[in-house]
Design a protein around this ligand. Structure first.
Ligand SMILES: Cc1cc2nc3c(=O)[nH]c(=O)nc-3n(C[C@H](O)[C@H](O)[C@H](O)COP(=O)(O)OP(=O)(O)OC[C@H]3O[C@@H](n4cnc5c(N)ncnc54)[C@H](O)[C@@H]3O)c2cc1C
Length: 393
C-alpha cells in the first residue's frame, strides 16, 4: 500500500552528494532510494565552484550542458591583498579536457542532479527523514518519518512540519550524505575529529553587477579573508569570514561597510539580493564508515568555507565508494575492509599545501587559504596549486 521498502542501497540526504551517490548506485544496477528530510531551504542559492574533474564526472552523466547553462564558466582564480593583484591560477594550466570551472547555485546543481536521478528511475523521496537505523548481519533497518506541512496561520500564512506517519525500510547498504550534522554519524557513534576552528561567514548574493569580475577573486587576509564568485548573468556573491558573529543585521549597509573595508571600488550598481550567515566547524569522520553504513560529503568531512574542496572531493569519493558497494552487493558481502578507500579519503583531507623553492612570498604566506579556494581535490588540486609554486605535501 505504501510502496517498496527493500533496497540494495538507501542514500540518506538528498543534497548534491546524496543525489550523486544515488546516480552512481543506480548506474551500477542497484535498486536505490534517496531519502531527504529537508523542509525549508537553507541558503538555497549559495554558489559552489566545480572543478575540472567534477565536471568530467558530471559530464559522464550527461549533465555538463545543464550546468554550463545554469552556472557561470570561470577560467581564472585571482589572488589579491590590500587591493593589489598578487597573481592568479589559470584553470587551463591544470591541463585536461575541462579547462574551466563552473560556478553554480546550490539549488541549480541539485535540480540538474535530481532530473538525472528521476531519468534513471531512482527515487528521491522528499520530506522523508531518517530517525534511526540498526545494522544487522544481512542489512540495515532504517526508521523513516514522512513529514507533512501543516498550515497554522489564517490571516498571515504560516506553517509547521509534522510527522504524518512512520515506517521502516531495509537496505543492504546505507550511504549517509546527511550533511555536516549527520544523524547517521551520531547514531553509529562515529567520531568527528576537529580539523580546525569553527568560523562564521557572511554570504552576500548580488545582482545588477555592471562589468563585474569574470574570475573568482580571493582576498588573502588571515584576519578577514574574502572570496568573490561570479554567477550567471549579472550576478555574483561575496563571502567574508568574521572573527566573531557580532549579530549585526545582514543588510545592504552591512555589505557596503564590509566592501569598503575589504574590496573598495567593487560592484558599481550592485544590488543585494539575499544574505546569510553560515558557521562551519571543520572535521573529519574517522573512520568514515564500516560494514554496511558509509558516510559521504559533509557528513564525512565538513570543511571551512569557501569549501572549494568539499564537493570536488566528495564526488571523487562517492564514485569510488559506490564502486565498492556495487561489488560487495554482487558478492553479497559487507563493504568492510575498504582500507585503501579510507586511506585515499583521509589523504585528500590531511595533505597540507607546502611551498616550492620558487614560490612567491605571498603564496608561501597564504598557502592554506589558497588551497582552500581552489576547486579540486587530490592530484587535481596539486595541478591547480603548481602555477603559484605550491604542492600538497
Ligand atoms: C557559502 C558556501 C559556499 C560554498 N562553496 C563551495 C564551493 O565553491 N565548492 C564546493 O565544493 N563546495 C562549496 N561549499 C560546500 C558545499 O555546499 C557542501 O560541501 C555541500 O553542500 C555538501 O553536500 P552534501 O550533499 O554532503 O550535504 P548538504 O548539502 O548539507 O545536504 C544534506 C542533505 O541531507 C538532508 N538530511 C539531513 N539529515 C537528514 C535525515 N536525518 N534524514 C534525511 N535527510 C537528511 C538535508 O536536509 C540536506 O538536504 C560551499 C558552502 C557554502 C555554505
Amino acid at each position: 500500500m505504501f510502496g517498496k521498502h527493500d533496497f540494495d542501497a538507501v542514500v540518506v540526504g538528498g543534497g548534491p552528494v546524496g543525489l550523486y551517490a544515488g546516480l552512481c548506485l543506480a548506474g551500477r544496477g542497484l535498486e536505490v532510494e534517496v531519502l531527504d528530510g529537508r523542509t525549508d531551504p537553507h541558503l538555497p542559492h549559495h554558489p559552489v565552484a566545480l572543478g575540472p574533474r567534477a565536471l568530467e564526472r558530471l559530464d559522464a552523466l550527461g549533465l555538463l550542458p545543464a550546468l554550463t547553462q545554469k552556472g557561470r564558466v570561470v577560467r581564472r582564480v585571482a589572488f589579491e591583498r590590500d587591493g593589489a593583484r598578487l597573481g592568479h591560477v589559470d584553470v587551463e594550466a591544470a591541463g585536461g579536457a575541462y579547462p574551466f570551472l563552473v560556478v553554480i547555485g546550490y539549488d541549480a546543481l541539485e535540480s540538474a542532479l535530481e532530473a538525472a536521478l528521476s531519468a534513471r528511475h531512482a527515487r528521491r523521496r522528499r520530506h522523508h527523514e531518517l530517525e534511526g537505523l540498526t545494522e544487522h548481519a544481512q542489512g540495515v533497518v532504517i526508521e523513516v518519518a514522512k513529514l507533512e506541512r501543516v498550515y497554522t496561520g489564517y490571516i498571515v500564512a504560516q506553517h509547521e512540519w509534522e510527522v504524518q506517519r512512520r515506517f521502516e525500510e531495509r537496505a543492504r547498504f546505507v550511504v549517509a550524505a546527511d550533511g555536516a550534522g549527520s544523524l547517521v554519524r551520531r547514531r553509529c557513534e562515529i567520531p568527528l575529529r576537529a580539523t580546525g576552528a569553527a568560523r562564521t561567514w557572511e554570504v552576500f548574493e548580488l545582482c545588477g553587477l555592471r562589468d563585474g569580475p569574470t574570475e573568482m577573486v580571493v582576498r588573502l587576509d588571515d584576519a578577514a579573508p574574502g572570496v568573490y564568485c561570479p554567477l550567471p548573468e549579472d550576478g555574483g556573491a561575496w563571502l567574508f569570514a568574521r572573527a566573531a558573529d557580532d549579530g549585526a543585521p545582514l543588510d545592504a549597509g552591512r555589505f557596503r561597510t564590509l566592501l569598503g573595508r575589504h574590496a573598495a571600488g567593487f560592484g558599481e550598481g550592485a544590488e543585494l539580493r539575499r544574505a546569510a550567515r553560515v558557521t562551519v566547524a571543520p572535521g573529519l569522520a574517522e573512520p568514515p564508515g564500516r560494514r554496511r553504513v558509509w558516510l559521504a560529503g559533509d557528513a564525512a568531512h565538513p570543511a571551512d568555507l569557501p569549501g572549494a574542496r568539499s564537493l570536488n572531493a566528495a564526488f571523487a569519493e562517492v564514485h569510488d565508494l559506490t564502486d565498492h558497494i556495487a561489488a560487495r552487493a554482487a558478492e553479497d558481502t559487507t563493504a568492510g575492509g575498504l582500507d585503501a578507500y579510507v586511506e585515499a579519503m583521509r589523504a585528500r583531507w590531511t595533505r597540507a599545501p607546502v611551498a616550492e623553492a620558487d614560490a612567491p612570498p605571498w603564496a608561501r604566506a597564504h598557502a592554506d587559504q589558497i588551497a582552500a579556494c581552489l576547486p579540486g581535490a587530490g592530484p587535481e588540486l596539486d595541478r591547480l596549486l603548481a602555477p603559484v609554486g605550491l604542492r600538497l605535501a
